[in-house]
Write a protein that binds this ligand. Structure first.
Ligand code: GRF
Length: 200
């Protein structure tokens, strides 16, 4: 299965996908797309010789329209948002209906929405005094973090002493969850049943 990974920063989830032994024979990352011409994730893309695209710049793609043409030409079957911080326009989402997923560093539908990214999420979870957090992979619609949930992993945070502690625990879980979900997609095991998404 050919995938494109959209990023804005560090790229540790991109790396987890690329390094997953389970995905080696199932997934090919054919493009890494970013809204930033310079980011750590692009260095990872370089080291794996993966085609890079920047949205809204003269280097790579200018617009979402051009980007969708490029991704279609590359044969992309699934788009993975892994730390991509921009809202994707409805027209682009419609073109890739049910083929764009996002990973969020909390248990949605709590602690999501506009402004809920990076450490902001973990600070909100810490302030709430919640005892579990985790990671969520969901389909992308035209609002932040609101599409149908595909899979979640929980992590016990009853013993943490800072938002940074939560971030570290959740990131570990993210690096397991995202490859697991991609494996399920590649094996055709992600299905919709009575408005719920299940992994068979
Ligand atoms: C992750 O926590 C992901 O859940 C969120 O943004 C972060 C990206 O981290 N959407 P990285 O760039 O994959 O290291």
């Amino acid at each position: 299965m050919k995938i494109a990974v959209f990023v804005s920063g560090r790229g540790s989830n991109l790396k987890a996908i690329l390094d997953s032994p389970d995905l080696r024979s199932l997934i090919e990352v054919v493009s890494v797309v970013s809204n930033k011409a310079s980011c750590q994730a692009f260095e990872i893309a370089n080291s794996y010789n993966i085609k890079k695209c920047v949205i809204g710049s003269s280097y790579g793609c200018e617009s979402y329209g051009e980007l969708s043409d490029i991704l279609i030409d590359l044969g992309v079957e699934l788009i993975v948002l892994a730390g991509f911080l921009k809202l994707i326009p409805a027209e682009f989402i419609n073109k890739f209906e049910n083929r764009i997923i996002n990973i969020h560093p909390a248990l949605l539908p709590s602690f999501g929405g506009k402004g809920m990214y990076g450490i902001n999420v973990h600070e909100a979870v810490f302030r709430s005094s919640a005892k579990v957090s985790g990671a969520t992979v969901h389909f992308v619609d035209n609002k932040y973090d609101s599409g149908t949930i595909i899979a979640q992993h929980c992590v016990d945070i009853s013993d943490v002493s800072s938002p940074g502690d939560i971030a570290a625990k959740v990131l570990e879980v993210e690096h397991q969850l995202l490859p697991e979900v991609l494996k399920a997609f590649a094996n055709g095991k992600v299905q919709r049943l009575n408005n719920r998404v299940i992994i068979k």
